[in-house]
Design a protein around this ligand. Structure first.
Ligand SMILES: [Zn+2]
Length: 677
């Protein structure tokens, strides 16, 4: 039997990376799935009457080996993958979805779960247990377990069709993106672009065997061109190509797909007894109802609109002044915003980077965690790493007790995907009276040090590190009984609170003085730079807010609609949804919905509002810290006790109120963003 199917004989039970071979994974998965199935069977076949312990709790503790294996495998597939791992992932994924379907479609198992759920009032459960029961029950009922057989079949049919349509939607967008190429042969057409962007465009052309420069609709090519290119006609051409993806009436058109998805989601929700898809989704969100989301978006819109209009007017004046532009268009926004920002702040990354040496920033994050929560990070070399770049720490609290093992993996390499994320190798839980501490990891892609220069971070990378570290604290400080409710296993619109709130410390003089020192001279970052960072962070906040709100409103328009079958034109429907948030003239060739992958392909349907929702939470929570002092122990302790350690054991609104003493209010965000005084 593979080492992956046995108890780990390592310090702190950490993953034995050095002993794992790629070919171990597939057989280990098969064995672990078999064991997990046997555990489920034992629950179903238990001759005793169903009880919370022998069914709900047993279900939550089951499959521990499979979970451990999945964490290790999928973390590696993201951070240190290779052909063999990718091939295994393709083989393993269907096995895992089959296994999870076997559970949600297991009627005998559901009978036991339902029996407990129906008699829950007499059970004297703790709040955490009640939450767990509710969650387990809903994992069946929201998949149709309560439906008659013919309706169950209908649901499966809808699910199958939806997954095919989502796939098609994504394929069309990808094909549209790959199809468009803007070859430029006159260097003057690239005027304004930074050298790096020009070079990339040249290389792109070369890779296609052509002379000159190639601009595409991929973000690394598209964004610099829209931000810096002086040629307005080319910006217009590129912008229209970007905006018309899936909206040309050809074989890559997504209009029918959008209508079909909206209708099928609505039908699915109705089948399960919900008014709309949004009602279905929001049942498991802090926001709870479409009405709450609408009110939230409307309130922010009302407050942000005057500022947005003002910013737009200033931008218009600026464009008129420097280039005699009479009517600002969508393809002008990035370009003139960047120029105005440079004029107002003249703040560039190179100026700031010497103050943000990676080692200093890491120590800064650790110091913040120490001052707030009494955590101490000690680097250790006794646990296995999956790559030599990975740093490993033991985290202990004030009394010297182990809190967590912490992995940090900062530099890009071939086998790592882009971006930054937090993850875990082992969940926290209390089992058989023992509090099992978690193994948490953050993965980033920061600039690597060279023999002559250390890794120096941009300010954006500094906030990214704090963001992921905030998620990590949520994982590390977890203190719940059941693994599925532990740490970051919370509602979607609550999960970004711990991460986003931590970013706030990066803007505070008191924090920056702790770690932002020049890597050569040791000089602390000058105050006027801090002021500039702060001021520029809210630049065009009104317009940005309006843009985010417009996406949230479009999402709610599609998914909160009770009769999507009446929608005939995607473009007309969208134009109506955007009516209150538009600043720029309408572009008739463009359509957002036909390329809105977040909501039609990914998992954000009825969830786009959560970006702003989380900002309101973090601004409101941080204001509490500001009122009492950003390192105030009492507030920090409340945050740890009522938010960070509680995971998803209770409705997040209740947790938040216990921390804050009241519900979150948008005013703090508006103040921080400079939208109200
Ligand atoms: Zn995050």
């Amino acid at each position: 039997m593979s080492i992956l199917n046995k108890p780990f004989n390592t310090s702190y039970n950490t993953a034995p990376f050095s002993e794992i071979k790629n070919e171990d994974f597939l057989p280990a998965f098969k064995t672990a799935i078999k064991k997990a199935k046997a555990e489920i069977d034992a629950i179903v076949k238990n001759s005793e009457a169903p009880s919370f312990e022998n069914t709900i709790e047993a279900l939550d503790y089951s499959g521990e080996e499979l979970d451990r294996l999945s964490s290790i495998f999928f973390n590696l597939n993201s951070a240190e993958t290779n052909d063999a791992i990718q091939k295994t992932a393709q083989e393993v994924s269907p096995l895992l979805s089959e296994f999870s379907n076997d559970i949600t479609l297991n009627e005998d198992l559901f009978k036991r779960v339902k029996a407990i759920y129906d008699s829950k009032t007499g059970l004297e459960l703790t709040t955490e247990q009640e939450t767990l029961l509710d969650k387990k029950y809903k994992s069946f009922s929201r998949n149709g377990a309560n439906l008659a057989d013919n309706k169950k079949d209908k649901l499966r049919e809808i699910d199958k069709e939806l997954s095919q349509l989502k796939l098609k939607f994504g394929e069309h967008i990808l094909a549209e993106t790959n199809k468009f190429e803007m070859f430029l042969t006159n260097e003057a057409d690239l005027s304004g672009l930074p050298d790096g962007a020009k070079e990339a465009a040249k290389q792109l052309a070369e890779s296609k065997g052509k002379d000159g420069w190639l601009i595409t609709l991929d973000y690394p090519s598209y964004i610099p061109f829209m931000t810096y290119a002086d040629n307005r006609e080319l910006r217009k051409k590129l912008s229209k190509a970007f905006g018309s993806k899936g909206f040309k009436g050809d074989d890559l058109d997504n209009q029918d797909i959008v209508l079909k998805i909206a209708n099928l989601r609505n039908e699915r929700a109705k089948l399960l007894g919900y008014k709309t898809h949004a009602h279905f989704v929001l049942e498991e969100r802090m926001a709870e109802t479409p009405n709450n989301v609408q009110n939230f978006l409307n309130e922010l819109l009302e407050k942000a609109k005057p500022a947005a209009k003002n910013e737009f007017k200033n931008l218009e004046d600026f464009a008129k002044e420097i280039d005699d532009i009479d009517q600002l268009q969508k393809w002008d926004s990035g370009y003139y915003s960047e120029k105005l920002k440079q004029k107002l702040f003249s703040l560039d990354d190179e100026q700031l980077k010497p103050y943000f040496k990676l080692e200093n920033v890491i120590n800064g994050a650790f110091t913040v965690a120490q001052k707030l929560f009494g955590l101490q990070f000690e680097e250790i070399d006794t646990v296995d790493k999956y790559h030599e770049d990975v740093l490993t720490y033991k985290v202990i609290d004030d009394s010297g007790d182990l809190v967590s093992i912490f992995y940090a993996d900062f530099f890009p390499r071939a086998g790592k995907r882009n971006g930054a994320w937090m993850t875990s190798f082992k969940p926290q839980m209390i089992k058989d009276g023992l509090n099992h501490r978690p193994h948490i990891s953050i993965v980033c892609n920061f600039t690597k040090p060279t023999p002559t220069k250390p890794s120096l971070l941009t300010f954006n990378e500094v906030t990214t590190l704090f963001h992921e570290f905030g998620h990590a604290l949520h994982g590390m400080l977890a203190n719940t009984t059941y693994p599925s409710l532990s740490g970051t296993n919370v509602y979607w619109d609550f999960v970004e609170l711990p991460s986003q709130i931590l970013e706030n410390w990066c803007y505070e003089e008191e924090t920056l003085k702790l770690f932002a020192t020049h890597y050569k001279t040791g000089e602390v970052i000058p105050m006027d730079l801090i002021e500039k960072i702060k001021a520029s962070s809210t630049f065009h906040e009104g317009m940005q807010t309006l843009r985010q709100l417009s996406f949230g409103m479009l999402d709610m328009a599609w998914h909160g609609n009770e009769s999507p079958q009446d929608i005939k034109s995607v473009k007309d429907f969208e134009t109506k949804a955007f009516a209150g948030t538009n600043l720029y003239p309408e572009v008739k060739e463009s359509c957002m919905s036909t390329a809105f992958a977040h909501i039609f392909q990914g998992g954000y349907s009825s969830g786009y509002y959560s970006y702003k929702w989380a900002e309101v939470l973090d601004a409101d929570a941080f204001e509490y810290f500001k009122e009492e002092g950003i390192f105030n122990k009492t507030v920090a302790n409340k945050f740890k006790t009522f938010v960070l350690s509680q995971g998803g054991t209770e409705n997040p609104m209740e947790l938040y109120k216990r921390f804050r003493g009241q519900e979150p209010k948008p005013e703090a965000l508006l103040r921080r963003a400079g939208l109200v005084k």
